[in-house]
Design a protein. Structure first.
Length: 177
């Protein structure tokens, strides 16, 4: 594990390990949704062109499937630092200032994502109580809406771990004298 130097993992290491496993699975689920949407799109085109019979509710299904595609891989991407980063300022400062800026940015992201998580949870509660459905296939709207707080909780946990874990020096942080 990366958080401690001794052989026994810390509680933070165990949480991080468990979260990494969940992140991998949610990223795989998001990838599976991409494949299903693609197959569904191909089937729609074939059915429409060859048999003049479009697939009922295809647009509703694809629209609802965009939520897991867009959100389930966020924590995994954050863990791998695979997000697009603006490093114009950070690249011009020293290692100590860089770490401070990274911590500040992570704190701001954590606060923002925690708020969005809460807001998405309350929105899902409203959708469950109202019982809204999609226009064509009458699919319940709360199902894709419930994916948002789940994915955002994972991202919030990942940001919290990144905030409390001591930063690991990177190769480009080394000072050559």
């Amino acid at each position: 594990m990366t958080g401690s130097t001794d052989a026994t993992p810390t509680v933070l290491d165990r949480i991080d390990f468990g979260l990494r496993r969940v992140e991998r699975w949610t990223a795989l689920i998001a990838g599976a949704f991409v494949m299903v949407i693609t197959a569904f799109g191909v089937a729609e085109v074939v059915m429409r062109k060859l048999f003049n019979a479009p697939i009922f509710g295809q647009i509703d299904f694809v629209a609802q499937s965009m939520v897991p595609v867009a959100l389930l891989g966020m924590a995994y991407c954050q863990n791998l630092a695979g997000n697009v980063r603006m490093t114009l300022v950070i690249d011009r400062v020293g290692p100590q200032a860089r770490r401070a800026l990274e911590l500040f940015a992570t704190l701001i992201a954590l606060i923002l994502i925690a708020y969005v998580t809460y807001a998405s949870f309350t929105q899902t509660e409203k959708l469950v109580s109202l019982g809204g459905t999609t226009p064509t296939a009458k699919l319940p709207l709360w199902i894709p809406s419930a994916v948002a707080p789940i994915a955002l909780v994972l991202l919030t946990l990942r940001l919290a771990i990144q905030l409390v874990r001591p930063p690991v020096p990177q190769a480009d942080d080394a000072i050559i004298e």
